[in-house]
Design a binder for this molecule. Structure first.
Ligand SMILES: C[S@@+](CC[C@H](N)C(=O)[O-])C[C@H]1O[C@@H](n2cnc3c(N)ncnc32)[C@H](O)[C@@H]1O
Length: 322
């Protein structure tokens, strides 16, 4: 790993105070167990540690080795980081003998250092190897995937995860080009897309949707989000908080539907003779939906698409404890 890259690129944490406040580290909860599923450069984690009592514990995750190197600079016995997907939450808690957690925070997607470092291959703005893996120690790079995947699957990924109208044409152009030369750089891919997409969206590079789609696919972002929401819910203690910051509509839809599904329980026909105590009870309470202020967006334009949703577990947590 390039040690300079760890220092060189900075991340400005989005909704820093709002997200940590939403975890509500007060009263007994101050000595609780918290999870930061997306350490990044530790903006949220460091603030949680400032508010955490001496008996509290913070377990963080990140797939990125540079994030892990940054976390190594935190010298605090209450803190630990796992170099793994947050989708391994329940195994990580079980291994540590943790039966319940008081809060789980997810600040989804990629960090600014990942976007800004051209060697990571996430950005169409600078030329670099077409990698796009958050965890460069495992899995297939975007270049390897595009070299071997069928045209139909490439089209489906670009359409489903990029919501791209020209998915058919882009996939066709990718497959035609790879027959001539390997597509191994971000610039090559951006140029193929730019030549293929015929209409321009205001303020948006034509490659935006395709890059988003391939990144989501390569990192299994939506599948892992679905897993972690379930696992987080199972481990949350009563009054435990789930705080999720999303950056695009596909993520936010999953979070919204998950929380709504736990909060809005279908009720049986009211004419049926069912006692109130036997009625299905909501499992979570929706607390808030927050967007960054205009001031935050003007200081950090990457915050503009962020949406944070917060829900609280109502019934008792049984996951690891059962
Ligand atoms: C938006 S950044 C988080 C920034 C962080 N809150 C901060 O204040 O510095 C997202 C981070 O989560 C990591 N990440 C995204 N999905 C992940 C997953 N499924 N498992 C583990 N880490 C993930 C990325 O590698 C990236 O470092």
């Amino acid at each position: 790993m390039n040690a300079d890259a760890v220092q060189q690129y900075q991340h400005r944490t989005v909704l820093l105070d709002e997200a940590v406040d939403a975890l509500a580290l007060s009263g007994d909860r101050v000595n609780g167990v918290y999870v930061d599923g997306t350490f990044g450069r530790g903006g949220h984690s460091r603030k949680i540690l400032q508010q955490l009592g001496s008996g509290g514990r913070l377990l963080a995750f990140d797939k990125d080795t540079q994030a892990i190197a940054n976390a190594a600079t935190i010298n605090d016995q209450r803190f630990e980081i796992a170099h793994d997907s947050f989708a391994t939450l329940s195994e990580a808690l079980a291994v540590r003998g943790i039966k319940q957690v008081d809060g789980v925070l997810l600040d989804l997607g990629i960090s600014s250092p990942q976007v800004d470092d051209a060697t990571r291959g996430f950005s169409f703005r600078a030329d670099g190897p077409l990698d796009m893996r958050m965890d460069t120690t495992r899995g297939m790079s975007a270049a390897e995937w595009l070299a071997t995947e069928t045209e139909q699957k490439i089209e489906k990924v670009i359409r489903d995860y990029g919501e791209e109208r020209f998915a058919f044409q882009i996939a066709k152009a990718i497959v035609a080009r790879r027959a001539v030369e390997p597509i191994s750089s971000t610039r090559q891919l951006a140029e193929i897309v730019a030549r293929t997409v015929k209409t321009r969206e205001k303020g948006k590079d034509p490659a935006t949707r395709t890059f988003q789609a391939i990144r989501i696919f390569i990192n299994q972002e939506l599948e892992e989000l679905e897993v972690v929401l379930d696992e987080a819910y199972r481990y949350l203690a009563p009054h435990g908080r789930l705080v999720v910051i999303s950056f695009h509509s596909l993520e936010d839809r999953i979070v919204k539907q998950f929380m709504a599904g736990k909060a809005n329980v279908p009720q049986p026909d009211r004419r049926l003779p069912i006692r109130a105590v036997d009625l299905p009870q909501p499992e979570m309470k929706l607390l808030s939906r927050v967007k960054p202020s205009a001031a935050e967006i003007s200081e950090n334009p990457r915050a503009r698409s962020a949406v944070m949703r917060v829900a609280e577990r109502l019934s008792s947590g049984t996951g690891g404890a059962a």
